[in-house]
Design a protein around this ligand. Sequence first.
Ligand code: GLA
Length: 635
Amino acid sequence: MQMISKGRILISLVMLAGSAGLSAQTPDPLGPTGRWSANEAGSAALPPMGWNSWNAFFTQIDEEKLLGAANKIVESGLSRKGYRYVNIDDGWALKRRTTDSKLLIRDDKFPSTRNRSGTPSFRPLTDRIHAMGLKAGIYSDLGRNTCSQAYATGGEQLPQGTVAEREVGLYGHVDQDIRLFFADWGFDAIKIDGCGIRAFSPDEEIVRSGRFRALKPLIDQASVTRSDVPAVRELFADINRALGRYSPDSDYMLSLCIWGSANVRAWGKDVGNISRTSDDISANWSRMLTNYDSAVRRAFYAHPGSWNDPDMLFIGTGDFDENHIIEARSHFALWSMMNAPLLIGTDLRKTPQALIDIFGNAELIAVNQDPAGNQAVVAFDSDALQILVKTLANGEKAVALFNRGMAPVDAVLTSDHLKFSGTREVTLRDLWTGEVSRFLKEAKLHVEPRQTLVFRASGTRQLASGLYLSEQPGRVNPADDGTVNPLPDPTIYRSVPGWRGTRGMGERPIYAGWGGAMPDATPYNQPLVVAGKPYPAGVGVLANSRIEVRNEGFARFSADVGVDDSAEDGGQPVQFFLYGDGKPLANTPPLRRGEPARPLSADIRGISIVEMVARAPDAKGNAVPVTWGGAALLR
Ligand code: GLA
């Protein structure tokens, strides 16, 4: 099931002198490509901001509600602060006309779509939204049917007509529908769900009863190995190509919504602008934690153009309403730190000012929209308190202390957490209160239950001459993260699943692990240690991996590399290679567990893409984590 990275090349034995086992002309899965393979198409250099209809209205969306949100975004000043997408989720489609396969809109809910031709068009509505200085988004599904059709419990605004007419999803209609949405109707964004390729197997009651046509599931949400990963990926790649055709200015935003299934955590970044990492959020503290956990350790999987999406904000309701300002602020601060899309999900027409003020916190928006595009990294981790640190474009850090639990925590924030020097003063500015404080070496901070303290920190950087890779995850892309057995992610707190409640067996904890690349930790979230020597900064990744690093103006790459002490199979030799724009720069001899880390460095002046490759030709499974200790780009 290992994902095949783009651009495999042929590699000759000469290039690999000293490494084991590849014969001339063998396609080399880890061969350098000299290019950045994460998605850059579309318009998402910064995390998208806006509003989506789903959390507030589910399928009961109409024009009045939508324009109510758009008006409020403008009147409240939120549009000036960056909120610009107004996205219609599930519930807009009436049917697919059988004569020409054209999608028809529920014009009873969207009266402005009516016209003399008799075929409704969203163009007047998108024109209106554009005239307000905003952008418009639409919704569809990879399969023939959408999620609300699969999981309807009554009262939903569902497509009508025959089985064929109710097939409003993209399956078999990608070119026609994308053209309709973007070229004809003028939308700027699309969210694409996956229920159509998951919930319509021949044995499902909704299919057996004759209400829907069967489509063999490509996704099994409970099991990566029972999902057809290449097929799912190709469906999205096909849509991405169609967007290129019908949105030639590339002003589109493609939102993948397959809830972390089919190993999308590893490849969503290659085909979409935002990619959901979990099932749906709800207005419930523990569900928010589940969604947060699904994205917080994936900083290397988020870059300008391709962001992790832990789902829309649920501020406005339940545990995040105006009686729960602490929780609402935490939700917003965490999403800001993770570079999550800031998509408001509440009925803005009725939202109290106290919550509008949370959405409008310019300091946190600036953290989320910082041009460097670095998702926060977990600097201290526990199930009670976490400290997240995000390196900003100007060298400052945003830091959040998040109390997940029910008891207050007296936390200590150290200059080490911030990778700042301990001998120089650090200044903290509280992003909720504006209060400024200073500390030397460490600060004691009291964090109330469910509170998130969040600051902008300035100080003297520990690495004065450059940046650790873990301080610039937005420029580090695990093109192939070496995972052979893409197991579920063990670090997710599993609450009662929102959609299903306590029906079935639940989302059962699995004490195994995915093994994706990690900043300042091994792939299994342990400290980086080689031959007893700890590396507080670095990249942890499995062997047989290839990581792309963008270089903008640095002169040297430097790291100490070796097999991490946590390796299960310490007998495996691992060889480390560096490439610059596709050409070999440096490499190590084969190294085994227990051998001290070796320095690996190279001159990278004038090089745009550095590739870090760790090869262990005989390693089996996910057993060999390697450490790029202190990996940094230096001036
Ligand atoms: C799925 C998605 C939600 C929403 C609904 C619509 O559950 O995850 O965000 O789009 O479908 O039916």
